[in-house]
Design a protein around this ligand. Structure first.
Ligand SMILES: [Zn+2]
Length: 143
């Protein structure tokens, strides 16, 4: 279970909508030392530097490092990363699987398959028995 502030939730969807028809991406943070259900309270947009931004995303290294630095300075911890799917559902793609390395983080996907009604899903990358990896959906609530 994870919680996300409504303002951050709206900011995430808005940021992704502005980037259409390309994928947008960014990082999500919450207060450090927060026990119990993690709560996302802050978003850092990160430029998408993928060669084919319509179908994939790659974090801009400078934006990414800066967002982590800012988080450290503001006593926030990294809770997840997000990106959008401009045309397809919120299911992680094969590229998402290949590129994912952040175990334990929430992996948020905003789908614009129906642009008037974007759908947000959250996954966590988990190692299955035998060493294969899979995205497990995790429940969340907008607060
Ligand atoms: Zn994706």
């Amino acid at each position: 279970m994870i919680r996300i502030d409504r303002s951050v939730w709206e900011q995430m969807i808005g940021h992704c909508r502005l980037a259409l028809p390309r994928e947008a991406c960014g990082a999500l943070f919450g207060p450090k030392g927060d026990s119990g259900t993690p709560a996302v309270t802050f978003l850092s947009p990160i430029a998408n530097r993928a060669k084919s931004p319509e179908t994939e995303f790659a974090f801009d290294a400078k934006d990414w490092i800066y967002s982590l630095y800012e988080a450290e300075r503001s006593n926030r911890q990294l809770l997840g990363i997000f990106h959008s799917h401009p045309m397809t559902s919120g299911t992680p793609s094969a590229l998402d699987m290949a590129g994912a390395s952040h175990n334990r983080l929430g992996y948020w996907i905003v789908s614009f398959a129906r642009p008037e009604q974007p759908i947000v899903r959250v996954y966590r990358l988990e190692e299955a028995i035998g060493g294969s990896r899979e995205f497990t959906p995790i429940p969340y609530s907008v607060i």
